[in-house]
Each structure stands twice: as structure tokens, then as C-alpha cells.
Design a protein around this ligand. Structure first.
Ligand code: PLP
Length: 483
């Protein structure tokens, strides 16, 4: 086949006009899908015949793009996770934005590799990171990186903390003695444990300190543990404060942790996957006092900033320490002073990934379109809604709040009285499942001190106050029929 022949094969559309028409149809369908999200089931089980379609073997021959879309339409679109629905309150996820979708679309069309290079994508990511620094009141000189999410953001920061604080060239020598210790509360997110394990310190390398009644780290216990560890020849290197724990939304006393870190010469890291971005909210910002004193902060932009997955960010004050942890430049990546390979700070020198998606674009477009203040108002409204739900619970003697409301997370249970713990747990588990299976809402759950609770994490820019009225009525109705 010659390249001049009509049949010269590429992966581009064979018929551009037909392909464009199909894409236009997809855009129309997608807008309807988002606009009418409230009217569809939040979640539903996939029937067997649909499940079977995912078991067919590798398609070896081409098919019509329209037919492929039909399969997506029939077998994927009706069975979503549910998190773009206003009544999805499970785990902790954002609900997406249309500008984010447009950004992802163009990121795929442009398809640059954000590992490095002298092109506009690099400038967009730099600017987004600078905006994040502004939000958390970090200096301009800090370094940063967009990553897949909170897990990678925490991992990246903790790797830098280890290398900077070890006191020797751990990169060249590896661990000399396994005596380095990180600290966090018992409510710390599991990804930090994974990170410390992967950093070679073992699970024991992360000390989990007891919590107060409000689920924040107990500062006195933390101090005592550090003292004891030092006396036993261990080397404390870093305290991880959490701003917005995943169970209850608790915010550790960041200033108190910053004080200890200053006194003890420790790295201060904040896992702000949920809450750091709440610096945009006037009501939450005062609770986050001290975040600006951290050495590093991990944020998730696909949670309370509603970016389409995946988008996380890590920001680190010690720019050189950050670069020294990850920079490694083989010959074929050597930089130039001119042309495409120009530029000082390539993102691949600040993290594990070499090839990187243009994930900054959706953030850049969304922040420009909506402005940071609107995002702040969305966060504040979720917090107000959490307290509204808290009031509905407090006003009804069949309902019981199990933990203080942290940020936008409400943990409660149905308790008609006269039941033991085991029966109450089973009852609430059943209520939660029925709410989910009847597609009324998708609340989460957790267990606090042995008490099973229905956990409502409110991070939707689409949810209304009336949704919570209806939810509480459903809990009461289902609870009543069960007992
Ligand atoms: C969600 C979360 C993480 C993990 O973030 P991913 O984006 O899921 O990788 C880490 N820490 C906290 C506090 C979280 O809520």
C-alpha cells in the first residue's frame, strides 16, 4: 500500500465527516446525561447479559465507531458509580464539572507529555501549581506537582521528608539503620501507611498516636511518644497532620503540630486530601490555621474541587530537597537552552512519573471559568448542609449523631432504643443498604469505636437541602418497618 493510495492506513477516522457527526452526538448525549443526572438511578446492579459483554475476547478486526458507541451507551452508561449524582455521599468524591470535561477533552486532543519540555502545557501546569500555592498561602518559591490523587501526593511528600531529614544521602546509600519514624493519628489515611512501608521503614515506621474525643490527634500523647522514641534511639523525622480525616472530617491542630516540628526539627506534612482546598471557604479557613507553616501539603482536586478523576497536587517548600529526591536525567533527556528541550524545571524531576498526562488543563479551565470564590461558596454550602442534616438528626429522638460533624461529614445512626450494640449495628447496616438498593441515596458507612454509623460525606455542588429532608424521612421510614 503506497502512502499516496486512498487506503493508506492510520488510526485517524476513515470518514472525518461521519466521525465528527458521531462525536457531536456524543456531546449532545453527554450534556443530557449530566443535566438529567438527578432523574436517573444513582446506581444499579448490572444484569448478567450486560456482565457477559465484558467477557468477550480481544477484538481483532475493526468495527464501526457508531456500533462501539452503541455498546458504551447500552452497557456502560446505565451502570455508573453514581458519584456525579447529587445524593451520592459515600466515600469521598467530587462530582465533576463540564469545564473539567472540556479540559480533559483538549488534553487528549493536544496530547502533550507533561514530563517536561518547552511548550504551553508546561506553563499551564506551573500556573495551576502557583494558584494552589496561593490558596494554601505557600511562598512562590515552593515546588509542586500535579499527581493522580491524594495517595501519590502524600507518597511524594513523605519521600522528600525522609530524604531531607534522614541526615545522610539515603538516595545513594539506602537505609543505614531502620530507625526513622513518622507520626500521625490513628485516624490517618491508609495511603500514608502504604507510603511509609514503600519507603522501606515498615509499618512500624508510622506511629499512630491516640485521638481526642473530637477525633483529632492528641498533642500530649504525640509529644510523649516522640520523647520516648528518641530515648530509645529512634530518629523521629516527620509529623503528618490531617486536615479532614476520612472518617469524620476532623482537622488536627495544625499550629500545635507546627510548634512541635519547629522545636524538634521535624518535617511537618499535612494530608489535606479532603480539607486543604477548603482554604477557599470562609467558614472552614480559620480551622486550617497553621497549614501555611507546613513543609508540604497533599491536596486532592478530584474531591472538593470537583475535577474529573484523576487530579491531586503536592506542594513542597523545600524546592531543592524535592528535586534532589526525584531528579535523574539520562542522556536522552538532557536539556537544551533552546528549542523544545529547553526549560529549567521539568516535572519529571519532581516525581516518579516520566510521562505525564496534561491533567492541569481541566483545573486551569475550571478555575478560570468559575473563579476560586465560587468554588469556595460550593464548599461552604456543603458544610452548611452537613450542619442542617445535623439539626435534623438532633431534632429527632430516633436518630443519634455518633461523632462531631467535621467539615462536611456526618456520622449518625438510627436508634429506637432498647437494642444492644450488635442489633443496632445490624439494623443500621440494613437501613443503609436499603437506602442504596432503592436508589434513594448513596450514603457511606464507617465504624467508630465499634459503633456502625451511616456516614454522609457531602461533597456535591448539585445537592440541595431538600435532599436531606427526604433522606432523613427515608431512614425513619425504613427503620420503622425493620423493627
Ligand atoms: C482520599 C484521601 C486520600 C487518598 O487520596 P486518593 O486521591 O484517593 O489517592 C488520602 N488522604 C485522605 C485524608 C483522603 O481523604
Amino acid at each position: 500500500m503506497s502512502e499516496h493510495s486512498k487506503e493508506f492506513e492510520t488510526l485517524d477516522p476513515q470518514d472525518w465527516e461521519q466521525s465528527k457527526a458521531l462525536m457531536h452526538k456524543m456531546v449532545d448525549d453527554a450534556f443530557n446525561y449530566v443535566q438529567n443526572v438527578r432523574d436517573r438511578k444513582i446506581w444499579q446492579e448490572m444484569p448478567k447479559d450486560v456482565l457477559n459483554t465484558f467477557k468477550t475476547s480481544l477484538p481483532q478486526q475493526p468495527s464501526n465507531a457508531g456500533d462501539v458507541y452503541k455498546e458504551l451507551h447500552d452497557n456502560v452508561l446505565p451502570y455508573p458509580m453514581g458519584n456525579i449524582h447529587p445524593r451520592f455521599w459515600a466515600w469521598y468524591m467530587g462530582s465533576g464539572t463540564i469545564s473539567g470535561v472540556m479540559g480533559d477533552f483538549w488534553a487528549s486532543i493536544l496530547n502533550p507529555n507533561l514530563g517536561g519540555g518547552n511548550h504551553a502545557g508546561h506553563k499551564v501546569e506551573e500556573q495551576v501549581i502557583n494558584w494552589i500555592k496561593e490558596i494554601i498561602e505557600f511562598p512562590k518559591s515552593a515546588s509542586g506537582l500535579l499527581v493522580s490523587g491524594g495517595s501519590m501526593a502524600n507518597y511524594t511528600a513523605l519521600a522528600v521528608a525522609r530524604n531531607v531529614k534522614a541526615g545522610y544521602d539515603i538516595r545513594a546509600e539506602g537505609l543505614k539503620e531502620n530507625n526513622l519514624v513518622f507520626y500521625g493519628s490513628t485516624e490517618i489515611h491508609s495511603c500514608n501507611t502504604k507510603a511509609v512501608e514503600l519507603l522501606g521503614l515498615g509499618t512500624k515506621g508510622l506511629r499512630k498516636i491516640e485521638i481526642n474525643e473530637d477525633y483529632t490527634i492528641n498533642i500530649e500523647a504525640l509529644k510523649t511518644q516522640i520523647k520516648e522514641d528518641k530515648a530509645n534511639g529512634l530518629q523521629p523525622i516527620c509529623i503528618i497532620g490531617t486536615s479532614g480525616t476520612v472518617n469524620t472530617g476532623a482537622v488536627d491542630d495544625l499550629n500545635a503540630i507546627a510548634d512541635i516540628c519547629e522545636q524538634e526539627n521535624l518535617w511537618f506534612h499535612v494530608d489535606g486530601a479532603i480539607g486543604a482546598i477548603a482554604m477557599l471557604s470562609n467558614t472552614i479557613k480559620p480551622q486550617l490555621k497553621g497549614i501555611e507553616r507546613a513543609d508540604s501539603v497533599a491536596l486532592d482536586l478530584h474531591k472538593w474541587l470537583h475535577m474529573p478523576f484523576e487530579a491531586g497536587c503536592v506542594v513542597i517548600k523545600d524546592n531543592a530537597g524535592h528535586k534532589n529526591t526525584f531528579s535523574l536525567i539520562p542522556e536522552y533527556l538532557e536539556k537544551n537552552t533552546r528549542g523544545l528541550a529547553a526549560g529549567e524545571n521539568w516535572f519529571s524531576e519532581y516525581g516518579l512519573q516520566l510521562s505525564r498526562r496534561f491533567r492541569a488543563l481541566k483545573v486551569w479551565m475550571s478555575l478560570k471559568e468559575h473563579g476560586s470564590e465560587r468554588f469556595g461558596r460550593m464548599i461552604t454550602r456543603n458544610v452548611d448542609q452537613a450542619h442542617y442534616l445535623g439539626q435534623l438528626i438532633a431534632q429527632n429522638n430516633l436518630l443519634e449523631l455518633i461523632a462531631p460533624i467535621g467539615m462536611d461529614i456526618v456520622c449518625f445512626r438510627y436508634n429506637p432504643g432498647g437494642l444492644n450494640l450488635e442489633d443496632l449495628n445490624a439494623l443500621n447496616k440494613e437501613i443503609k443498604l436499603q437506602i442504596e438498593e432503592r436508589s434513594i441515596a448513596l450514603p457511606g458507612y464507617t465504624t467508630l469505636n465499634g459503633v456502625y454509623c451511616i456516614r454522609v460525606a457531602i461533597s456535591s455542588h448539585r445537592v440541595t437541602y431538600a435532599d436531606f429532608d427526604e433522606f432523613v424521612n427515608s431512614v425513619l421510614r425504613i427503620g420503622k418497618t425493620l423493627i
